[in-house]
Design a binder for this molecule. Sequence first.
Ligand SMILES: Nc1ncnc2c1ncn2[C@@H]1O[C@H](COP(=O)(O)OP(=O)(O)OP(=O)(O)O)[C@@H](O)[C@H]1O
Ligand SMILES: [Mg+2]
Length: 468
Amino acid sequence: MIALSLAEIAAIVGGQSHDIPDPSAQVTGSVVIDSRRVAPGSLFAAFAGEHVDGHDYARVAYEAGAVAVLAARPVGVPAIVVDDVQGALGALAREVVRRLGTDVVALTGSSGKTSTKDLIAQVLQRHAPTVYTPGSLNNEIGLPLTALTATSETRHLVLEMGARGIGHIRYLTGLTPPRIGLVLNVGTAHIGEFGGREQIAEAKGELVEVLPADGCAVLNADDPLVRAMAPRTKARVLLFGEAEDADVRAENVRLTEAGQPSFRLHTPSGCSDVTLRLYGEHHVSNALAAAAVAHELGMPVDEIALALSEAGTLSRWRMEVTERPDGVTVVNDAYNANPESMRAALRALAAMGKGRRTWAVLGPMAELGDESLAEHDAVGRLAVRLNVSKLVAVGDREASWLQLGAYNEGSWGEESVHVSDAQAAVDLLRSELRPGDVVLVKASRSIGLERVALALLDGGVEGEVAAR
Ligand SMILES: Nc1ncnc2c1ncn2[C@@H]1O[C@H](COP(=O)(O)OP(=O)(O)OP(=O)(O)O)[C@@H](O)[C@H]1O
Ligand SMILES: [Mg+2]
């Protein structure tokens, strides 16, 4: 964080100083919520979590070098005490970003936020120092913590914003008001909690409503619910997608034999060819979104295309492709799943697996509410339509829906199998995999199906699935 004295921080967050001998002492390090991450100069923000209460670690943090603790009660070491630690953290982030005057790029959507944020970061970094959300820390705590890592060098601040309900994005944008707001798509992620697609669109669209008139709303031209957000903003609108009228668009999209998308990138300032190092056609949309943001920030098209072509995956378990020494390819996309990303991953598997045996090891997609049965059934059917050699459905009820979809779409019943858990899937694959096979592993986060991919990569036939 930029250096601030404890007195300044207390004023910004409206807190009371307790046990602070020297209010002019400066926080010069990072703001952290995990006492193990404290370094000399840190500010330790104490949160009461489900299992541990940060307040119990106040002394440990102080002894590790924290200048003070941001806390909800006095803790016996220097502390700035506030009613609401989360609100105080947000207020601090808002003030720091305001003082720095850094341009904020915020993005949201149902799927692809982290993948796209990582692309944007890799592209913009060529242009100017960029701070961006690590992993998927996109909520009311992760977002301010990321923003607080910006320094006076930082030119671009790229922030992923997640929403589980109406008002969430509005809250986050209040902390770090964006000048560029990108909406990727409105899918069905968390639809159970939202109530329906229209509600999801309502919630995601809060991002464009807060943009200033000299800002830019970057919207997906191929997603009707995102396109329809245009009238909700005062900002200029930049459309990306494969639609003819998109300002930033892809032409001649194809998947290489390795499953990597290749296309001609068109922007208002020219065209250039791109071949991504990422797997799966769904990344075309993510790459166009990143190109649109970079274009808006003044990067030339050739530089954007080169940066996109060189960008890799920065976050784990998203179409992570590993070749085993015996020629089996493992595609670990177990970070998360929703119907859109399941379809994209299956299409990538089909492209990568041409002439090879392909395995789709799929688990439940969570939070689909009333649409759950139909969506699982449809994914099972798609696996068969794409000629995936075998669907291994892992888990309980939803897995049986996946398998039944495949069974009904297939001819012989051999296209799919249902197993109860990750260990059973690993046992099956270990006995059946042959050199040259391609295995996709994907399910919602809560299932932890990455254990299957990790066990397959671990090699040892005897190895157990690691406990989560
Ligand atoms: N444009 C896209 N359309 C559909 N699926 C996508 C897209 N981009 C990525 N995915 C897939 O969606 C899953 C989640 O990707 P990613 O982590 O980038 O999304 P996210 O929106 O950040 O998710 P979260 O809400 O968990 O933070 C991955 O399995 C990925 O393969
Ligand atoms: Mg994410």
